[in-house]
Write a protein that binds this ligand. Structure first.
Ligand code: DHB
Ligand code: FE
Length: 284
């Protein structure tokens, strides 16, 4: 059977992608950001997954105000990096895993979550920047990726509780797939940031670090945090953090297994307008 071996959490700041693509990652401003991922790139090589289930948000790129799925699973054979206004990022196309994606859709929908099935979509910085941070600049991404898009852009957005419960359903789905695949689940976006309005530029280090502590030690309690707390404390775009609860809900300890190993933890401010947070948790 397939199993979830680890979860990875990371911010997706678009300027990080631009820094890499424009050859600026060695500049003093960016060096400390990329240094936080040196361990992670080696870890990914040492712990290669067969498939990455990548929870991210689309930023009105593939979707728009015309169509707003709360949860959308990418079932296509491949996904093209999106043109977000200045040309597509020069990164490899994303190879999907239609067979596992279709199985997860079947299982999770039968567990009473409404997923939108997407057979064609382009993927924006929400998906490609986490891949770049974890993999560097390869000719091809190291394995197939199943994109799983969550609406955190247009209200109403799903609650942390629903995201956490969805993670549990995804774990059951993966573990009922009849092939011995090692699957990593990644939760992306965040940490604190606000891009618009009078509070633009808001960063809250205390909130972010408490979030990381609680995500590791007591995700069940963290899942009860209401939207308004994210928005008040972590800024309007800090709500992206609910996606981390999907990945956390898919870890074995939540289903009665042993606590995960914290393989890596990193936090850095600033990167563009955003606090960068990053965690790697391994199932034992
Ligand atoms: C920034 C951060 C984001 O999460 C995003 O989607 C766009 C911009 C920023 O820090 O500028
Ligand atoms: Fe974002």
């Amino acid at each position: 059977m397939a199993k979830i071996t680890a979860s990875v959490y990371t911010s997706h700041v678009p300027a990080i992608g631009a820094a890499l693509d424009l050859g600026k990652s060695g500049e003093p401003y960016w060096q400390p950001v990329f240094k936080g991922y040196d361990y992670s790139k080696q870890w990914l090589k040492d712990n290669p997954p067969d498939v990455i289930f990548l929870v991210y948000n689309d930023h009105a790129t593939a979707f728009s105000l015309e169509m707003i799925p709360t949860f959308a699973i990418g079932t296509a054979a491949e996904f093209t990096p999106a043109d977000e206004g200045w040309g597509p990022r020069p990164v490899p196309k994303v190879i999907g895993h239609p067979e596992l994606a279709a199985h997860i859709a079947q299982s999770v929908i039968q567990q009473d979550f409404d997923l939108t099935i997407v057979n064609r979509m382009d993927v924006d910085h929400g998906l490609t920047v986490p891949l770049s941070l974890m993999c560097g600049q390869p000719q091809a991404w190291p394995c197939p990726v199943i994109p799983f898009a969550v609406n955190v852009v247009q209200y109403p957005v799903p609650s942390g509780r629903r995201c956490f419960e969805l993670g549990k359903a995804i774990r059951k789905a993966v573990e009922s797939f009849d092939k011995p695949l090692k699957v990593q689940i990644w939760g992306t976006g965040g940490m604190s940031h606000q891009l618009q309005g009078p509070r633009a530029g808001l960063i809250n280090k205390e909130f972010d670090n408490a979030f990381l502590d609680q995500l590791i030690a007591d995700p069940e309690a963290l899942a009860s945090k209401p939207h308004i707390d994210y928005v008040r404390e972590a800024g309007s775009e800090g709500i992206e953090l609910v996606m981390w609860l999907i990945a956390r809900g898919a870890m074995s300890d939540v289903a009665g297994g042993p606590a995960p190993k914290v393989a890596h933890r990193f936090y850095h401010v600033p990167a563009s307008n955003t606090a960068v947070g990053h965690l790697i948790l391994e199932n034992k």
